[in-house]
Each structure stands twice: as structure tokens, then as C-alpha cells.
Write a protein that binds this ligand. Structure first.
Ligand SMILES: [Zn+2]
Ligand SMILES: [Zn+2]
Length: 103
């Protein structure tokens, strides 16, 4: 009798990761909008390459450091390519979510 190893098959529900709601709430808050615009107004250029910065990135991610969400020292102006690189491919979803911050 052939024995088949029982494998865990991730269902369609596992396929999509969800960000913690706290980080989402911060991103959609009016306070974050104000802090982000303030920061981008002071730092309009990408801090990596000097191009026009479209995004404001959290150096220590909101997911793990929500208490630093509004600390200017934890923010970084980045252009789109640098921002994606900054998220290193592991958290592309997070980068995409940050992008929604700046329309
Ligand atoms: Zn850049
Ligand atoms: Zn980011």
C-alpha cells in the first residue's frame, strides 16, 4: 500500500496576507496625512537618490513600531523605485500599501 505524506495545502484564504488593522488605521488617519504632508514638504526629494519623492516611508515599520508612526525621525522621503527596494521584496504588500498613502 503506497503511503502518501500528508501535506498541508494552504487554502485560498491563506493566500492573501492581511496587514494588522492598527497599521491600516494609522495610514488612513487624518493625523498621518498631516504629518506626512509636513514631512514631504520639508523633504521633497528622495533620501536615497535625490529624485522627486512620491512616498513617505516608515523606517521602522508601522506593523512593529506603531508608536513611532508620527515621529519625524522615523520617516523617510522616497521615490517609488527606492521605496519598493527599501521593502526588499519580502513585504511588497506593505510597500504597495504605503504607496496608497500618497495619491
Ligand atoms: Zn529614490
Ligand atoms: Zn514604506
Amino acid at each position: 500500500m503506497p503511503t502518501r505524506p500528508a501535506k498541508h495545502q494552504p487554502g485560498p484564504r491563506c493566500a492573501k496576507k492581511h496587514l494588522p488593522t492598527q497599521a491600516r488605521r494609522i495610514r488612513s488617519s487624518s493625523r498621518w496625512n498631516v504629518v506626512r504632508d509636513l514631512y514631504r514638504g520639508k523633504n521633497p526629494l528622495c533620501e536615497k537618490c535625490g529624485k522627486f519623492a512620491k512616498h513617505v516611508h516608515h523606517v521602522l515599520p508601522l506593523e512593529t513600531h506603531p508608536h513611532l508612526a508620527f515621529h519625524l525621525e522615523n520617516l523617510m522621503s522616497l521615490c517609488e523605485p527606492c521605496h519598493v527596494l527599501e521593502h526588499g521584496g519580502h513585504t511588497v504588500e506593505q510597500a504597495i500599501d504605503d504607496m496608497r498613502e500618497t495619491r
